[in-house]
Design a protein. Structure first.
Length: 160
């Protein structure tokens, strides 16, 4: 389980190996939240430090996105390779299992939800990176409660 406070994300980082091109898949189960658009969880990839990574995430309201975090001096900058949009394969709601998968190689990444392609997009070539799991207040925190997502069956392999 990974928990985020009302104002700070929670993360679990896979320290098993450095992955320049890979395939990461995990089952996640979301909590019951008052506003399903305020909590999100997913896979961090291309992770080099807490200010530099891609984040493929899904919300309890049935939408998903990819955000890229870039270090910018003393503060983070963000790009949005894939803006929040309805993900037809995502099963919305609490206590429902959804499988998220991301593959990346060279300058291309693809995201999948429940074995259905969500989006493919260009990335910067990755070197000496790791992956992690993310839970967050999704930039619009419900200040009344923390959120906890359950993650199961994490599988990480090198991409061919």
């Amino acid at each position: 389980n990974v928990t985020a406070s009302p104002t700070t994300f929670g993360g679990a980082f896979y320290g098993g190996k450095i992955i320049d091109s890979g395939d990461a898949c995990v089952d996640m189960v979301g909590p019951n939240v008052a506003d399903p658009s305020t909590a999100a969880a997913g896979i961090m990839f291309g992770f080099t430090d807490v200010n530099s990574y891609y984040l493929f995430m899904a919300r309890e309201d049935g939408q998903a996105a990819v955000i890229q975090f870039l270090p910018a001096g003393d503060r983070e900058a963000t790009l949005t390779p894939v803006a929040y949009q309805v993900a037809p394969a995502l099963k919305p709601g609490a206590n429902v299992t959804n499988t998220l998968r991301v593959t990346w190689s060279g300058t291309r990444a693809s995201t999948y939800i429940n074995d259905q392609l969500f989006f493919a997009f260009d990335i910067q070539a990755l070197q000496n990176t790791m992956i992690g799991l993310y839970v967050g207040p999704d930039f619009a925190p419900d200040t009344s409660a923390s959120v906890t997502y359950q993650f199961n069956n994490l599988k990480v392999t090198n991409a061919p």
